[in-house]
Design a protein around this ligand. Sequence first.
Ligand SMILES: O=C(O)C(=O)C[C@]1(C(=O)O)C=C[C@@H](O)C=C1
Length: 371
Amino acid sequence: MQVSNNSLTITARTKILNGGPLPTVIAGPCSAETEEQMLQTARALQQDHRVSVFRAGIWKPRTRPGLFEGIGQVGLEWLQNVKSETGLQTAVEVANTQHVEQALRHGVDILWVGARTTVNPFSVQEIADALQGVDIPVLVKNPVNPDIQLWLGALERLNRAGITDLGLIHRGFSTVNNKPYRNHPKWEAIAQIRALAPGVPLICDPSHIAGRRDLLQTVSQQALHLGADGLMIETHCNPDAALSDASQQVTPAGLDALLTSLDLESERVANTGQLQELRMIVDRLDQDLLHLLFLRTDVSERIGAYKKTHGLDVFQAGRWRDVLENRLTIAREIGLDEHYVKAIFDIIHNQSIGLQNEVVASSAPVQETAH
Ligand SMILES: O=C(O)C(=O)C[C@]1(C(=O)O)C=C[C@@H](O)C=C1
């Protein structure tokens, strides 16, 4: 059955989802490296019945030249072997006509469009043209920049080419300050795209949001909490030796532990009203804000210790002027009210001064930090 919303015609029961109440889990290495690496990882993942799709990057868009750019077509043959041996569905990223043709020729089950491709309507249109008349699920990663219309536009281009089994992948956004993430999750942007593309499943890619293993659990749980339909988690039989994105990949055992630690069912938000959903986003954002404020006070205390050791004044007028000017420039750029931001930073600065005065006045010896 097909359903239409404002701009998209989508299949009501997508093949991307595993059909059950539990989230779909897509796992596999960032990059296909060797046939042994693929098979070893896939065999371990097959044991975990929560995993239904095996992913592997065959062509890797890298930020700078000279890095591993993917194994190319031979990786598709390894992927076929993974599929025939384990029965897992397979998924790869495509960025041009040639990739699409090769992936289809090798029986890949699901395609995805990467964040660096979604930003370029010419590339998305090229992929859409290559998929004209083909019945295959396609997942679209968010563009690198937080431009929701561009993301929606990519879905529309594919949809106009006849692709009705569409999904979204949330892999985080590149923003002014992504810390502590590799790509900022901007959960509020996810609420926006869901409102614009109702019925289109959303898979969260915590690996690219977190960029590091220790944050994967938190990001995954947060995504499920906000109603994500699935998770795409990079998994490698020997992550530390991976040729790309080593620090964000986990072993199959690590994935098992991560999935087991998640509250997979009760946290999922069934039928949330808009207000409830938005309140949850506010709760999560406030948690992030508090975490960042904590990190800032910690750094401020360390600066206080440095000032005590070197006999410097706590209040530094020049530095404070620069800090404020910089924060107000960012506020203007991202469309935040300057008075609001100035009021917040005045409070932050006063608190910082207060904490540093305490450090300077304290009789405790100054701690050398390892940072
Ligand atoms: O840069 C410093 O010296 C700091 O101590 C940091 C900081 C701040 O919190 O931003 C605090 C006090 C100074 O007046 C200026 C800036």
